[in-house]
Design a protein around this ligand. Structure first.
Ligand code: P6P
Length: 324
């Protein structure tokens, strides 16, 4: 598709999504995320020149040191989502409690987000990203933290952004996964990856091999199985590893280990949104024992083991881990 014929995100939403030329409430959420990612991308690109590197010295609810860009991204996306006119509540990796925007009837959506994924890579100019799961608000009562604790299989859309050699915006619904690239001249996200499907072939596996010694025997066997058949690629930013595997074929795994019985990655705003994208593209997402999106969440920031990507290889890996 030559650049001259790439519809913008807004054109795509008003034609391919709603089809009637009108922007719906969900479109407004997606456009707000795109506007926020445009702002975050500018900070990412300015980096040391924009004095956005390094830490704030604060520790977040995850017990992790907050990087300046974590805070900037969190504030940016909370602002644009709150101003979208469609969001009732926001759950954010950087914020302990949900941000309750308001309870207006037409504010029909709840967004769970990791505003900046891959923080350890910020200061060394390696790809990072943002991840969003979008659920429809349930019931018409007061929105509370419990309102946000819905299983991934109730998501209506998911979005992730990769701030890499280009800035790529991927949005998934129940019908398709579509990728857009930021045109730095116009500031538009243009459709460059229509109808993404994860390839049948699976050249890559992504895992932190440094954890191998902490894995249980069955999981070590699963990793050995992957080592024998695939090439290792591991960036240390989930969203970047996932994006490569989605386009080129691959599997990402961060299993439970002796030091992290619950897993490392977060269910609501990492595993669920990327699991939704993976499944809509023909892939799969598992804890190693069950489908990620079937988990009934108990806590906003709960963690989970994650096996994500090529469906056949995920199923093979799960079978070895679970002894199934
Ligand atoms: P490790 C980044 O902090 C992150 O949450 C994911 O983006 C990434 O896949 C993972 O942690 C890396 O963890 O233990 O390999 O450094």
């Amino acid at each position: 598709m030559t650049l001259g014929h790439c519809p913008t995100l807004k054109e795509f939403l008003t034609t391919s999504w709603s089809g009637n030329g009108q922007l719906t409430g969900l479109d407004a959420v997606v456009i707000a995320i795109a506007n926020g990612s445009r702002q975050v991308q500018e900070h990412v690109q300015s980096a040391a020149l924009g004095d956005v590197l390094g830490s704030t010295g604060e520790t977040n609810v995850q017990g992790e040191i907050v990087q300046r860009l974590d805070e900037i991204s969190s504030n940016t996306f909370v602002q644009v989502l709150s101003d979208s006119g469609s969001v009732a509540a926001i759950g954010c990796e950087e914020i302990e409690k949900p941000v309750i925007v308001d309870n207006f009837e037409d504010h029909s959506y709840m967004v769970l987000m990791d505003p900046l994924d891959g923080s350890s890579n910020i200061d060394v100019a390696v790809s990072i990203g943002s991840i969003f799961g979008i659920w429809r608000k349930t019931g018409d009562g007061e929105v509370t933290e419990d309102s946000l604790l819905r299983p991934g299989n109730e998501q209506v859309a998911a979005v992730y952004v990769v701030y890499g050699s280009s800035t790529v915006f991927v949005v998934a619904t129940n019908s398709a996964v579509s990728g857009f690239t930021l045109d730095s001249k116009s500031g538009d996200f243009s459709l460059t990856h229509p109808d993404i499907r994860i390839p049948e072939e699976c050249p890559y596996y992504s895992t932190n091999e440094g954890n191998f010694k902490s894995l249980d025997d069955a999981t070590q066997q699963a990793v050995l199985n992957l080592r024998n058949a695939h090439s290792q690629r591991y960036v240390g930013s989930l969203v970047a590893d996932f994006h490569r595997n989605l386009l080129k074929g691959g599997i990402f795994l961060y299993p439970a280990d002796k030091n992290r019985q619950e897993g490392r990655l977060r269910l609501m705003y990492e595993a669920n949104p990327l699991g939704f994208v993976a499944e809509q593209a023909g892939g799969a997402a598992s804890t190693g024992y069950r489908r990620i999106m079937d988990i009934m969440p108990e806590k906003l920031h709960q963690r989970t083991p994650l096996i994500l990507g090529n469906k056949d290889v995920v199923e093979q890996t799960v079978s070895i881990i679970s002894g199934g």
